[in-house]
Ligand binder design. Structure first.
Ligand SMILES: C[S@@+](CC[C@H](N)C(=O)[O-])C[C@H]1O[C@@H](n2cnc3c(N)ncnc32)[C@H](O)[C@@H]1O
Ligand code: SF4
Length: 390
């Protein structure tokens, strides 16, 4: 086995941490907005951060940019345009560079969609979550179903190259019929991409302290089967655990994460994954926006990954994809070939959780359902197996 130092494709992630209010299920780095947003100094800090890291971008092409949050759609289109112009000056952007902006329907008065498109955004990702008012209230969302529906219609009419809609299922007291109504409601505008997430109660969130009345296990499984089937029947390919796309509309940015590509993360709390001749590092930007804006050295921590970390993180990401991963990708990102790791997945193949093809590994539908426990087993066994492989 050799150290992985082939340069993978590179993306740019820009984090905008503020939201109108914190949703009780959310464990993303998001903060309630402090009155007026410090848009001007924040944009200045992001662009300064980018300029100081110019060396990372040299000789490489940026395949995608993702403005995530938090709620980036709280920023003006002029601020987004300034960030994108700065990125265009500092980096070589791919000709058809995908540029996504995450948007909350509660922040999108009419006219702003077109302004974001004119600022350079090519893909909108709309956090609808549900079209059922009681569910939206239980989720603490700032918008109701009517606002979400008009945001969907405006997104479809705004002329983006592509757009995504986030829906959550397994919501408090949700029935199969309600979950299906959400999917069909969203499908009425034919979004090119759908993300369907099962509601997870994350540690340290308001829901973890005061759990909501979630549907029983068998109802949750029935909801998952029903929404997956509805998306499939409507012509969406499930290409990742939660991601569904019409042909030609897979998310370039997220695919780069799942294929364990590189990304430079800017903005408060943003994570990066970067490959250099010595291996792979994971810098994390300061979480406090005030410190991020004030300091020149904005990196709070930077961890260098061990060979086993690299292998585990690769599996964690690539096994989310329906296509799994090829031997070529495994070798390029980790330095391992498939045969040297057969001991790691032999048991999972025998249990019908993984499918071993001559030059590819992928999860079976059963393996996708039990992906978390499959990965936990890998984590336990990885030291022994990769020591033998090296
Ligand atoms: C960072 S949020 C960005 C969107 C935007 N902030 C909003 O909420 O409208 C990305 C998506 O992750 C999903 N999500 C967040 N927390 C989740 C949780 N605990 N369980 C399931 N999905 C979650 C939601 O669908 C959300 O739209
Ligand atoms: S709006 Fe989005 S990022 Fe903000 S708290 Fe809610 S789910 Fe989290």
């Amino acid at each position: 086995m050799t150290t992985a130092h082939q340069e993978p494709p590179l993306s740019l992630y820009i984090h905008i941490p503020w939201c109108v209010a914190k949703c009780p299920y959310c464990d993303f780095h998001s903060l309630p907005r402090p009155g007026p947003l410090p848009e001007v100094p924040y944009v200045r800090a992001v662009l300064d951060d980018l300029a100081r890291n110019h060396g990372i971008l040299e000789g490489r092409t940026v395949e995608s940019i993702f403005l995530g949050g938090g709620t980036p759609s709280l920023f003006s289109a002029a601020a987004i345009a300034e960030i994108l112009e700065g990125a265009g000056r500092c980096a070589t952007l791919a000709r058809d560079c995908e540029i996504t902006l995450e948007a909350n329907p509660g922040t999108l008065e009419s006219g702003r969609f077109r302004a974001f498109r004119e600022a350079g955004v090519t893909r909108l990702s709309l956090g609808v979550q549900s079209l059922h008012d009681p569910a939206l209230r239980a989720l603490g969302r700032i918008h109701d179903a009517r606002t979400a529906q008009s945001a969907l219609e405006a997104a479809a009419a705004a002329g983006f190259r592509s757009f995504n809609v986030d829906l959550m299922y397994g919501l408090p007291e949700q029935t199969v019929a309600q979950a299906l109504a959400d999917v069909h409601g969203v499908l009425s505008v034919q979004p090119p991409h759908l993300s369907l997430y099962e509601l997870t109660v994350e540690a340290h969130t308001a829901f973890a302290h005061k759990p909501p009345p979630l549907p029983a296990e068998d109802t949750r499984l029935a909801i998952e089967d029903a929404v997956t089937e509805a998306a499939g029947l409507a012509g969406y390919e499930r290409y990742e655990v939660s991601a569904y796309a019409r042909p030609g509309h897979r998310c370039v940015h997220n695919l780069n994460y799942w294929r364990f590509g590189d990304y430079l993360g800017l903005g408060s709390g943003a994570h990066s994954k970067l490959t250099d001749p010595a291996g792979v590092s994971r810098p994390v930007r300061m979480a406090d926006p005030a410190r991020y804006m004030a300091d020149e050295d904005r990196v709070a921590t930077c961890r260098r990954l061990s060979e086993n970390d690299i292998l585990f993180e690769f599996l964690l990401n690539a096994l989310r994809l329906t296509e799994g991963f090829s031997e070529d990708l495994l070798r390029a990102r980790t330095g391992h070939d498939l045969a040297s790791l057969d001991g790691l997945w032999a048991q999972a193949v025998k249990q019908g959780l993984l499918q071993r093809e001559p030059d590819r590994i992928r999860t079976t539908p059963l393996g996708r359902r039990f992906l978390d426990s499959l990965l936990a087993d890998f984590l336990t066994n990885i030291d022994t197996v990769s020591a033998k492989a090296s």
